[in-house]
Design a protein around this ligand. Sequence first.
Ligand SMILES: [Zn+2]
Length: 193
Amino acid sequence: MIRLYRPDCPHPAALTSNDYKHHINKAALRDANHDKCMYCECKISHIDFAHVEHIKPKAKDKYPELKFVWDNLGYACPKCNNSKSDKYYEDTPYINPYSEDPEQYLLAYGTYLFSKNGSERGDITIKDLQLNRPELLEKREIKINEFKRAIDACYRTNSQPLREAALAELQKEADTDKELSLFVKSFLRLNAA
Ligand SMILES: [Zn+2]
């Protein structure tokens, strides 16, 4: 999970006419998320597969009044959205990447996501959204292994300018628009240490 920035709602009329997943608004969320799930940072291959996530659940016994409120909407993959379901705790709300920096609460190390400094909000976010589910661990492992091989190949390049150019190119894999960027960033940090 990485920090995201919510755009202004491009089509507020859709919300006032009770349509929270209008394609214009959904596309704006997708662009703000760099095509990635707000929680697990996986690319969502087609916008139709993405869910418009209600940060505070829209269920009748939860926050139905927030069903069409822009600030309560996000862009998530079906797995994260279904894992979270209608859960939400006022005293330990899930980390909201649109309003705070997840790295205050979460730490990527290897293929695992950990909560930071005993953060209960970090713990509950990881647990309820299943942010260490097997398919995510596998995806992160593949990504890190590929990245490690590419870094190693750079270091084995004799030409310094070529090596530096290749390394600079690889650093871009930690950019926020890249899949699983938090894990690549963590790997780079450890590799440089
Ligand atoms: Zn997800």
